[in-house]
Design a protein around this ligand. Sequence first.
Ligand code: GRF
Length: 188
Amino acid sequence: MRLAVLASGTGSILHAMIDAGLHIAVVVVDRPCRAVELATEAGIEVVTVERTEWGGAFDRDAYTAEVVAALTGREVDVVAMAGYGTVLGAGVFAAYEGRILNTHPSLLPAFPGWHAVDDALAHGVKVTGCTVHIATIDVDAGPILAQRAVDVLPGDTPETLHERIKSVERDLYPATIRSFVTQLGATG
Ligand code: GRF
């Protein structure tokens, strides 16, 4: 099973996957980011499919086709999104149906979207958490594979809460990916 990781941010989730010993064939990024250095240091191929347009000018389908070409060209079987900053179009979900995983910093279906941690705090919830799910064309809505709860503490800021959630994601996501890949390998 050849695993690709899609990342854009600090790459701490990617780092955890590498530390967990997951075999990662390629890391795809949409912008210059710390994930590039982490992957390079670990000897993993990095492909940059740079996003250069935003708003109405962005051709999501054309961009997605470039990502799909990068993945299929490297014979990738499973894709793990780890803080990828671009919502991909239908093409990737057709090419990798049921084989794209995502980790999200809330207990879905609560608080989907890019501001999940801020939204949970703004709502005053006492417990939030993280969700590993199969990604579909509907953002943050695919079948749930694993969840873990995280308490919201008095005085939490978006940063402190997100960091506490991420420390759980760093454990839950690699473990869930490992069992998903193992199961896929066993069943084809
Ligand atoms: C994680 O919280 C993930 O759930 C979200 O983006 C964050 C990525 O963190 N989609 P990092 O850039 O790997 O530190």
